[in-house]
Structures are given as structure tokens and as C-alpha cells.
Design a binder for this molecule. Structure first.
Ligand code: ADP
Length: 444
């Protein structure tokens, strides 16, 4: 911001100077109007009068009152936070001139600091806005004073509605009882997950306040768990396959050479042996298939997201359900940003689960835009998800022939595309709703 000279009071000094100079100008005007100056002496006299009058006017110092007003105005401007005001420093280097120069320097320093502070505040605001974690600052009396965009998302309300509300009313008070750094499972306006809680005491303008930081951990922890599972699966698949392959092939060979065996075997023992070898072979083949299925979890290819129109993809998936009762509901134009093949796999898994749970009742596959995301739901009227936290644990299944990888694989696929997948009981307590949220392409 450019500094500006003080212009607050009418410049009384200038007026006085002009009054001082007025007689000389009048004399000059009279001479010019009524007569020609006679001789060089008269001219010299006139010039001398004018010069002396002007010198007197310029030399005349501003009065004490004017100086005090200038200083008062300068100090008042500083007090009001207007650091752009400057006083005119007189040429004469007296105490007053030094005082005005000092106040000007002080205003300049404060102006620089004000600018630095504004820049720091802007930087802080940008940093807070970019944070994944929700940040809340509370006054001493517990009212919310500051919240960042992640905090607005967490509580599902804009800052304008949240500021000034008490931390009890916001439902955040219990979080101050959690030891800082601890990870807890909590539901914020429908977002269930694991969160790391941090809090600290603050002091601003000698007022005590409190800071609360809620960091989402679900995705990071899940990625960590998934990696551990992938490592485990790789080792297990390798070890099991190494044993299964020779067992299977040996059993097959033995069974085939058995009838040609020279040694006599009684019929009953021969039949037992053949039967045993058959079982070994079948089980090893089944185990190989089973391990192969799990290995898919470890080898999920990186998604190749592109714009996908949901309606035709949903119809395709529906066509794979062997005529099962599936109703499609949704905007025919809605697009998502996703890997089409992998999204198809997810919807197949969810529809199969829903149809199996629904026991022949109709299942609804619906989709709609929701803010910057697409919300895809598979709704069934079955018994609802089983109790407990195990749904997305690999290999968890309640079905006799189940593998327990459908849900976990689906969630892994959806999260790799910056989406979420949850399975919840239906809103009326009946059935289940599997919800996939995926980002919309930019501009939709
Ligand atoms: P699987 O279908 O092989 O059991 P999933 O990972 O797909 O493996 O599912 C894990 C478990 O989640 C199921 O065994 C079932 O208990 C539960 N589940 C999944 N979908 C539903 C649903 N729509 N309704 C009720 N329970 C479900």
C-alpha cells in the first residue's frame, strides 16, 4: 500500500503565508494597473518589496497549534490502524521535524508488519484449507471460533452456521477426553471411520482457548492392512501352490497306474484306494482354485479411470444376473470417473450378494449425482448385514460356499479410484444398502 501525506486539516500555515504576501502583490498590481514605474530605481524597489515579502512568508513557521494537530492526527491514524498516513517533515531540522520523521518511520514499520501478517494469515488459511484433517479452534467458553473446510465437511455444515456454536452442541466435547494421538472409531454426520484425535490448549490475547484436530485414518490404515494381507497372500499362495500341484498330479498318476499294478489287491481295498486318491485330487484342485481367487486380491491391477456412463454399464451388469429380479433406477446421462471393468466387477459382487441375501425378492440398483460425486446404491430386502465389524475383513463369510473376498475386493477397487464403499442396514431396518461413492468427472 502506498503511503500518503497528511491532508486531514486545511493548511492554515499556507493561508497565513499568502496573507503575509498579499500587500506586496497588491502593490505590484496597483503599479501595473495605474502607472508605469519611473526609472530603474522604482523597478528595483518593487522587486525588492516582492522578494522580501515572499521570503518573510516562506520563513514564517507554522504555529504550535498546527504542529500539535499534525502530530495528533498522525498518532490517531496509527491508533486506528491506518499505517498509510505520513506527516510532512519540515526542512528545518528541529525537534518537531525529528518527531514527525520518527512517527513516519514508525508508520512505515507498522505498515510492513501489517503486510507480513496479512501474508502469513493468507498462507495459514491456504494451509488449513488444504489439510485432510479437520481443525477446530474454540474460545474459552467453548464457542467455535475457527473451522477449516475439512471441519465443515466432517460436520456437514458451512462455517457460517457452525461458528459461535458450543462444542457440546456440536457433539465434539467427548473428543477432548480422548488421549491426544489416540485412534478411535467414531461416526460424524454419517461418516463412520477411524480418526486420530489431537487437542491442545491455546492462548490468544491472554484468552485461553482450545484446539481440536480430527485426522481421518481409515484410508491410510486400510491401505496398510491391505498391504499386509497382500504380502501374506503372496506367501501363502506360493507355499500352498507349491505343495498342491505335486499332490494333485501324483494322485492322478497313482490312480491311473493302479489298475495295472501287478500285486493283487482285494476289491474293497482297491476301491478305497481309488476313492482316496480321487478325493485328494479333487480337494487339491479345489484348493488351487480357492487360493487362485485369493491371489486376485494381491494382484489387483492399477485402475485406469475414464469417464463412464453409468446407465449402460448397469444394464450390462444386470444382464449377467441370469434374469434375476433387478430394477434399474437412475439418470441415463450420469457419468463417473472410474475404471469401467473394475467398476463392473464391483457391481457384479454387490448385486450377487444382494440377490443371495434377498432370497428371490427384487433388488434395486440406483444411482444419482450427490455434490461432486456419484452415489450408486444396491438395495435388497434380505436380513441385513450380519452384526460386527468383520464385513470387510478378508475371508469373512457367513455363506457355506462363500469365499469372503467379494466385499473386500470391491472396497479395494473403489478406494483405489478415490471412492468409498459401505454396506449398511436399510433405512427402515430391513434389508441392506451397499453404497458406492465415486467422483464425478470435472464439469459434470
Ligand atoms: P461372500 O459373498 O463370499 O461371503 P463377501 O465378501 O461378498 O463374500 O461377503 C462377506 C459377507 O458379508 C457375506 O458372507 C455376508 O455375510 C455379508 N453380506 C454381504 N452382502 C450382504 C447383503 N447384501 N446382505 C447381508 N449380508 C451381506
Amino acid at each position: 500500500m502506498a503511503s500518503r501525506p497528511m491532508m486531514r486539516q486545511p493548511d492554515r500555515g499556507t493561508r497565513q503565508r499568502l496573507v503575509t504576501a498579499a500587500p506586496a502583490f497588491c502593490a505590484l498590481l496597483l503599479v501595473l494597473a495605474f502607472g508605469t514605474p519611473q526609472g530603474p530605481a522604482a523597478w528595483l524597489l518593487i522587486v525588492l518589496v516582492v522578494a522580501l515579502t515572499l521570503a518573510a512568508a516562506v520563513a514564517r513557521r507554522p504555529g504550535e497549534g498546527h504542529r500539535l494537530r499534525t502530530l495528533g492526527n498522525l498518532v490517531q491514524a496509527l491508533l486506528e490502524g491506518d499505517y498509510t498516513a505520513r506527516g510532512l517533515v519540515p526542512v528545518r531540522n528541529d525537534g518537531y521535524a525529528r518527531l514527525v520523521a520518527g512517527l513516519n518511520a514508525l508508520a512505515g514499520r507498522l505498515q510492513d508488519e501489517q503486510r507480513d501478517m496479512q501474508e502469513s494469515v493468507q498462507l495459514l488459511a491456504k494451509t488449513l484449507a488444504a489439510l485432510d484433517g479437520a481443525v477446530f479452534v474454540f474460545e474459552q467458553d467453548g464457542r467455535l471460533r475457527l473451522v477449516n473446510p475439512a471441519g465443515e465437511r466432517l460436520l456437514g455444515q458451512p462455517a457460517t452456521r457452525l461458528l459461535g456454536i458450543d462444542l457440546e452442541a456440536l457433539g465434539l466435547a467427548p473428543l477432548f477426553d480422548v488421549p491426544p494421538g489416540e485412534i478411535l472409531t467414531h461416526t460424524f454426520t454419517g461418516q463412520r471411520g477411524r480418526w486420530q484425535i489431537g487437542h491442545a490448549a491455546l492462548r490468544s490475547r491472554s484468552q485461553a482457548g482450545r484446539l481440536l484436530v480430527v485426522q481421518p485414518m481409515e484410508r491410510a490404515l486400510r491401505e496398510e492392512e491391505a498391504q499386509a494381507f497382500r504380502r501374506l497372500l503372496r506367501v501363502l499362495s506360493h507355499e500352498i501352490n507349491n505343495s498342491l500341484a505335486p499332490i494333485g498330479s501324483l494322485a492322478d498318476t497313482l490312480r491311473r497306474i493302479l489298475p495295472a499294478d501287478e500285486r493283487p489287491l482285494d476289491e474293497r481295498r482297491r476301491a478305497d484306494m481309488v476313492r482316496g486318491l480321487e478325493v485328494i485330487e479333487q480337494r487339491s484342485v479345489a484348493l488351487q482354485r480357492f487360493v487362485g481367487g485369493y491371489a486376485r486380491l494381491a494382484r489387483l491391477p492399477a485402475p485406469r479411470p475414464a469417464e463412464v456412463v453409468l446407465a449402460p454399464l448397469a444394464s450390462r451388469v444386470c444382464g449377467l444376473m441370469d434374469g434375476a429380479p433387478v430394477r434399474l433406477e437412475g439418470d441415463g446421462e450420469l457419468r463417473v470417473l472410474a475404471d469401467a471393468d473394475q467398476l463392473e466387477q464391483v457391481l457384479i459382487n454387490l448385486l450377487r450378494n444382494a440377490l443371495e441375501a434377498g432370497g428371490g425378492e427384487q433388488v434395486v440398483l440406483r444411482w444419482r449425482a450427490d455434490g461432486g460425486n456419484a452415489r450408486i446404491e444396491v438395495v435388497d430386502r434380505g436380513p441385513g448385514p450380519p452384526p460386527g465389524d468383520n464385513l470387510f475383513v478378508p475371508f469373512f463369510t457367513t455363506k457355506p460356499g462363500g469365499s469372503g473376498i467379494g466385499l473386500v475386493l470391491s472396497r479395494q477397487i473403489v478406494e483405489a479410484q478415490r471412492g468409498t464403499l459401505v454396506l449398511e442396514p436399510g433405512p427402515d431396518g430391513r434389508g441392506a444398502v451397499a453404497t458406492v461413492v465415486l467422483p464425478l468427472p470435472v464439469g459434470q
